[in-house]
Design a protein around this ligand. Structure first.
Ligand code: DX5
Ligand code: ZN
Length: 226
């Protein structure tokens, strides 16, 4: 049985001079997935990594690769990321004029199909597609960089999507990404999130990535206040 709650460690904040060691440390500390943030300098201002990095992550780790595509026209790259070894591909609703066919294309490539929305995009934008998604990702910062401050106004969107997924009897993961740490994670879990992306809270923990993962695991077990 898959775990009920997922910690997806975003390698964006890893030390890339020792990426292999960082990933191995996450794996042995019990990370569930590796989150790979792909940025194109168009949809978001930053430029990061492509299929080449995914291919190398695949070679050195058995963990599922949760690939977040912050790129325009993502349909052009689905095949390349699938071939490189991605396990799941998540596309922004803001970048997909024909989201149904993009999700279909992702599934036919053998990956799980995720859809993500920015903080300013309402839940209604993805409602028609929820039945097709294996994963729904709610951004809790504006995409582009790690280390940004959590936006609390996104909590109610998670709760709204949780309701819609439950109404559909969907077993899709409800993932959150941006400013997730030991304080914000329980709030998102209470709202109905089941998968938690974290870069800073893992890789910038003074005790290293294993200590960061331990803190998040404890936060998953902690009931939220309020
Ligand atoms: C932001 C990326 C995130 C980012 C999270 O655009 O999608 O995955 O790495 O970083 P933290 O956990 O530091 O907010
Ligand atoms: Zn991400």
């Amino acid at each position: 049985m898959p775990p009920k709650y997922i910690i997806s460690t975003s390698i964006l904040s890893a030390d890339f001079t020792r990426l292999g060691e960082e990933i191995a440390a996450c794996e042995s500390a019990g990370a569930d997935w590796l989150h790979v943030d792909v940025m194109d300098g168009h949809f978001v201002p930053n430029i990061t990594m492509g299929p080449f990095i995914v291919q190398h992550c695949r070679r050195i780790s058995k963990l599922p690769l949760d690939v977040h595509l912050m790129i325009e026209k993502p349909e052009r790259y689905i095949e390349a990321f699938a071939k490189a070894g991605a396990s799941g591909l998540t596309v922004h609703v803001e970048t997909c004029p024909d989201l149904f066919s993009t999700l279909k294309q992702i599934k036919s490539s053998g990956c799980w199909a995720g859809v993500v929305l920015n903080p300013a995009t309402p839940a209604s934008a993805i409602e028609p597609f929820l039945g097709e998604a294996d994963l729904v990702l709610v951004m809790s910062v504006n995409p582009g960089y790690s280390g940004q401050k959590f936006m609390p106004e996104t909590i109610s969107k998670v709760a709204e999507i949780r309701k819609q997924l439950d109404m559909l009897n969907s077993s899709a993961w409800l993932e959150v990404d941006g400013g997730i740490d030991h304080e914000t994670l329980p709030l998102m879990k209470k709202a109905g999130a089941t998968a938690f992306v974290a870069a800073t809270a893992v890789f910038k923990h003074p005790g290293g990535a294993p200590a960061g993962i331990k803190v998040l695991r404890a936060a998953i077990a902690t009931p939220a206040f309020g």
